[in-house]
Write a protein that binds this ligand. Structure first.
Ligand code: COA
Length: 631
């Protein structure tokens, strides 16, 4: 049996130097995935008293003393022997014994499928890839063809169960998300959505969908002998698609998927009443992934270019531009503009960012390969254009969707910043965790703008456990507060500031370790609350408390998504007066994306980026100016 290739999360250690694209295993090893999965531990339910104690500690920097005292009493009552907390805890422990993962389905439902805001901006992340060096449609087609071939190459690793297992902190990770990202799609419902995954069906799909000028096409990407089309073959097919979608006056049917989920759920039922429409929608849902060939977007300066591409990836730029050139429910959509802009967006329900960027890393390396296999040019059938019958009612739904989408476009404020003063090697040289260093810099930036700190979310992977998704690292701690307060205090000596910085960084790293080991507080608290709902008992008071609302209002929603590729993921804020911050720490620079909403007068993405840049530099200078022997 082939040994698993190991791959450290966030870096392709064993693949370094050799390039990321390894010859893909052609031998399918059935059962390898299951053997790996079954060897993973189950997600634990943390002890009740531990979570309650840590909850109070997390509240300390973000609520008043009075509120904290009030919550302390509620916590005492909740966790008292024989009390509500113990009963709910037993319920969770029972669930943990009976299921593969006590949290994963609840999380999928509450965080995604029952979440009713549009997936656009509010849930689906985008990825900004480096600008491609082409300026015409041949270049666009050629790159799209290579990209498609690269994804199919990655897919063969999934199909052959030959994916390198990832590791975090020396422990193997759950690989399930990789099996959820291709051939899947979200489907709207009037109250709750669902996700359909065709990868494991009796007849898995052999086509992708391509959209150009708002017109969708089915492109078969496998030959009759099961071999994937070569880059040349795909290129020829893309040319045919391009040439039969030159009209620019088509109804942007895909824009319907950008609506509020209840609205889209209703419009969806109306749309698929028509048999042709139903078949077309099904072809998109079933496809392996979607490729969006975008029209050029308005030109901007080099400085604004990446931020502009981030908006293209997050919402398409508006109904006049490329927002109709999407099916936002599709799990994976690669986007390639005629102007060299490139990236992707993905629907979040089936997976987190890391598996997506692992796929991106593979595809980017694949597209760099110069020798492309040239296949004999056997004529291939014309890709099928998907037809839609637009009734007056559907037309009305499209118009409404356009209006709402355009409001969202106006609302979103995005700044992509390349921080070029140093990368993750600097904190490492100081024996500090780069992730913790960046998070503490964010705390400092926020404090300098607002004079206070806020509830902060950083995603932590739970993939050490079977079917694990994420928990929350609460980056705002008592230690981070003491540091940010001291940093600009002229009365404090540098040595004291450095000590406080070190303490804050250590506290962050300790929280991270606790979170990835399944001992953080947020999902446990959610579980206790959902258990109460499931038991049909009244919601315990700790969840009706102001402090709980403050703790759940994440003004800073952040995530590290590391990649080998010089790219950055981006997403919207999770509260109206908040920021979404994502970063990819490279060795010598850090790519950041910062988002906010324009309707909130207090937030501004460029401002936070600017303060973040200053905070990082000031923290570095502080460390550099303090004699090393005293550190
Ligand atoms: N001294 C020197 N080096 C250190 C160090 C220290 N004190 N602490 C850490 N490092 C090194 C690490 O060894 C690592 O080295 P590498 O670049 O060679 O791999 C590097 O610094 C990065 O470590 P760190 O910055 O501490 O972060 P991490 O890689 O452990 O990641 C999380 C932290 C929280 C991002 C990660 O645990 C995680 O959960 N990731 C998933 C997040 C996610 O799902 N996001 C997507 C949501 S859509």
């Amino acid at each position: 049996m082939l040994a698993f290739v190991t791959r450290a999360m966030g870096k392709q250690a064993v693949l370094k130097g050799a390039g990321l694209v390894k010859p893909v295993s052609v031998t399918r090893i059935p059962g390898r995935y299951l053997v790996h999965q079954e060897g993973l531990p189950k997600l634990p339910v943390p002890p009740l008293r531990q979570t309650m104690g840590r909850y109070l500690a997390a509240l300390q920097p973000i609520v008043s003393q009075e509120e904290l005292e009030h919550t302390r009493k509620l916590v005492e009552e909740f966790q008292s022997p024989g009390g509500v907390g113990e009963r709910l805890q037993k319920g969770l422990e029972r669930k943990a014994r009976k299921t593969e993962n006590w949290l994963s389905d609840w999380w999928l439902q509450t965080a995604y499928l029952e979440y009713r805001l549009p997936v656009v901006v509010h849930s689906s992340p985008g990825v900004v890839l480096p600008r491609l060096q082409f300026h015409d449609r041949q270049g666009q087609m050629w790159h799209a063809a290579k990209l498609i071939a690269g994804v199919l190459d990655f897919k063969s690793m999934i199909d052959n169960e030959a994916l390198p297992v990832e590791y975090l902190g020396g422990k193997p990770l759950c690989m399930n998300q990789y099996y959820q990202i291709l051939s899947s799609c979200r489907i709207p419902g009037p109250k709750r959505d669902s996700v359909v995954n065709h990868a494991l069906s009796m007849k898995p799909p052999s086509h992708i969908t391509v959209v150009h000028n708002f017109q969708f096409f089915v492109l078969d990407v496998y030959n009759s002998d099961g071999s994937p089309l070569t880059v040349d073959q795909i290129y020829v097919q893309l040319e045919k698609i391009w040439n039969s979608s030159l009209q620019t006056n088509k109804e942007p049917i895909g824009i319907l998927t950008s609506q509020h989920r209840n609205t889209w759920g209703k419009a969806y039922n109306n749309l698929i009443k028509d048999k042709t429409n139903k078949e077309s929608v099904r072809a998109i849902q079933k496809s392996i992934f979607t490729v969006c060939l975008d029209a050029p977007m308005p030109r901007v300066s080099d400085e604004l270019y990446r931020s502009r591409v981030a908006t293209q990836m997050l919402h398409g730029g508006g109904s006049r531009w490329n927002s109709g050139n999407r099916w936002f429910d599709k799990t994976l959509q690669f986007i390639i503009g005629e102007d060299g802009s490139c990236g992707l967006m993905y629907e979040h329900a089936p997976a987190e960012g890391p598996p997506i960027v692992a796929l991106v890393d593979h595809v980017v390396e694949y597209t760099k390969k110069s020798e492309m296999v040239r296949a004999p040019m056997i004529p291939l059938a014309m890709p099928q254009k998907l037809r839609f019958n637009i009734t007056p009612e559907i037309k009305k739904d499209i118009e409404k969707a356009k209006q709402n989408l355009n409001i969202m476009v106006q609302e979103l404020d995005v700044k992509v910043m390349v921080f070029s003063h140093f990368g993750k090697e600097f904190p490492k040289s100081q024996k500090m965790s780069p992730d913790a260093f960046i998070q503490i810099a964010l705390q400092l930036a926020y404090y300098r703008i607002y004079g206070l700190c806020c509830s902060t979310y950083e995603s932590a992977s739970l993939r050490m456990f079977r079917l694990g998704r994420t928990d929350t690292i609460r980056s705002c701690s008592q230690e981070s507060l003491l540091f940010v307060q001291a940093m600009d205090n002229a009365a404090k000596q540098n040595q004291e500031k450095v000590d406080l910085l070190q303490k804050a960084i250590r506290a962050h790293r300790a929280y991270t370790d606790m979170a990835i080991q399944g001992q953080a507080i947020d999902r446990h608290l959610l579980g206790l609350k959902l258990q109460a709902i499931e038991d049909l008992t009244t919601i315990p008071e700790i969840f009706m408390d102001t402090a709980y609302a403050v703790a759940s209002h994440f003004n800073l929603s952040t995530s590290q998504v590391p990649a080998q590729t010089d790219c950055v993921m981006c997403f919207g804020p999770v509260v109206p007066d908040g920021y979404g911050v994502c970063y990819n720490p490279m060795a010598e620079h850090i790519n950041f994306s910062v988002s906010a909403f324009n309707s909130c007068a207090e937030t501004n993405a460029a401002r936070l980026s600017h303060f973040l840049e200053e905070a990082l530099i000031d923290m570095r200078d502080l460390l550099m100016q303090t004699p090393r022997s005293k550190l």
